[in-house]
Design a protein around this ligand. Structure first.
Ligand code: ADP
Ligand code: MG
Length: 396
């Protein structure tokens, strides 16, 4: 367990400069934030610190600038949306690694908030350069990591700085992520059902391996199922199949036995086009000129039954091409099943960028026990890997 912000004596935060690593890597189109979920996710930590009289210095990466300043990737464009959410002015620090920056943070008033320029404007960030980490460390009297989504990277502002600036603790979002994802793995309420989908089985092999001994069932969907079907000797037409993973899939089917549940049938179409007429076929009847784009209604019912009977449900990866209706039906049906399970007292956890988007789009994000903001970090955590940004924090 890692020490968290909630474990610190709040009285000792008064007047302290809190350097907070957040994950403000939000989607932006034409200078407008199209989804502010990640900004909102950091608010509890920021509000708490302000209320305790701390001076809040935020830093984050944003996009993939090529190791230098690029106007399109400046975090200055997040000042306004952040001010809107917090209801207070936010100071922008364009050059947080300059000699003058520490003095700037010392002049901040109690409860005020500042946002540093994109940490990836300095090549030392991704190289985890100790000199750069030292520069950022000089902006705070304590370090708080609330950027779970960046914790799988050992960068200067996620890992290096946590070794230099103490105390180094987890923020509320990070704490919540570690609690729910950690408990699901360590001590799940049973039956524990994992629902795995998405495009490729290759990216999820480690996840399946890690979950297999812990879960009671793994329900497979998405294009991933097609590689398993091929391993069973079925023809998949034009479906997305990873030929080089068929052998692995075969071995997995054998090892997992009845734990691994595959769709009974599929929704198919000759091509991926919105509103196209689809067909429902058993899994051994996919014509050569068609591709699988969703699970069929029989599978939706089967998976729904298993989900509502579960004590813990962990979902990663959509059941079909949910971005393009009507191939969103399977994903929506399971989102509803997850909401019903949660209402009946089950722990429901969603991990993965597209999965989180799908559950939000279906309108059920608020009904889940936990929707991870983590994406790749959540996957690595669930695979049992050590996240460097977490490891570097103080132990509880
Ligand atoms: P996550 O981001 O939640 O981990 P993935 O990235 O693994 O999820 O998978 C999401 C993608 O999988 C989506 O873009 C979706 O369109 C795609 N997908 C799901 N089912 C199919 C399918 N049958 N054929 C092609 N793509 C699919
Ligand atoms: Mg994805």
């Amino acid at each position: 367990m890692k020490r968290s912000l909630s474990a610190l004596d709040p009285a000792r935060l008064d007047g302290q400069r809190a350097l907070v690593r957040v994950d403000f890597n939000v989607p932006v189109k034409n200078g407008i934030v199209t989804d502010d979920t990640r900004l909102r996710a950091a608010l509890p930590t920021i509000r708490f610190l302000r209320a305790k009289g701390a001076r809040v210095v935020l830093c984050s990466h944003f996009g993939r600038p090529k190791g230098g300043p690029e106007p399109g990737y400046s975090l200055e464009q997040l000042i306004q949306p952040l001010e809107g959410l917090l209801g207070v002015p936010v100071m922008f620090i364009p050059d947080p690694v300059s000699d003058a920056a520490p003095a700037l943070t010392r002049r901040m008033t109690r409860g005020s908030v500042a946002l540093c320029e994109n940490t990836r404007f300095w090549p030392g960030e991704e190289a985890n350069d100790p000199a750069l980490a030292q520069r950022f460390a000089a902006l705070g009297d304590l370090y708080i990591n609330d950027a779970f989504g960046a914790a799988h990277r050992a960068h200067a502002t996620t890992e290096g700085v946590a070794r230099l600036l103490k105390p180094a603790v987890s923020g509320f979002l990070m704490e919540k992520e570690l609690k729910y994802l950690g408990e699901a793995l360590a001590d799940p309420k049973r039956p524990f059902v994992a629902v795995l989908g998405g495009a490729k089985v290759s990216g999820k092999m480690d996840l399946i391996e890690s979950l297999l001994p812990r879960v009671d069932q793994i329900l497979i969907g998405g294009a991933m199922a097609c590689t398993f079907f091929r391993a069973m000797g079925l023809e998949m037409g034009k479906s997305l199949v990873e030929e080089d993973r068929i052998e692995m899939a075969r071995a997995l089917i054998e090892r997992a036995g009845p734990k691994l549940v595959l769709p009974k049938g599929c929704v198919i179409a000759p091509e991926l086009r919105e509103g196209i007429t689809t067909m429902t076929v058993p899994r051994n009847k996919v014509p050569a000129s068609f591709a699988v784009f969703d699970i069929d209604p029989a599978t939706m019912r089967d998976y729904t039954q298993k989900i509502v009977a579960a004590g813990t449900v962990l979902w990663n990866g959509p059941m079909g091409v949910f971005e393009i209706p009507p191939f969103d039906a399977g994903t929506r049906a399971l989102a509803l099943a997850m909401a019903e399970a949660a209402a009946a007292g089950a722990i429901t956890i969603v991990g993965g960028g597209d999965s989180a988007a799908a559950i939000t789009q279906a309108g059920f994000a608020g009904k889940m026990t936990h929707v991870s903001t983590g994406g790749g970090a959540a996957l690595e955590f669930l695979e049992g890997k050590v996240l460097p940004g977490v490891a570097a924090l103080d132990d509880a």
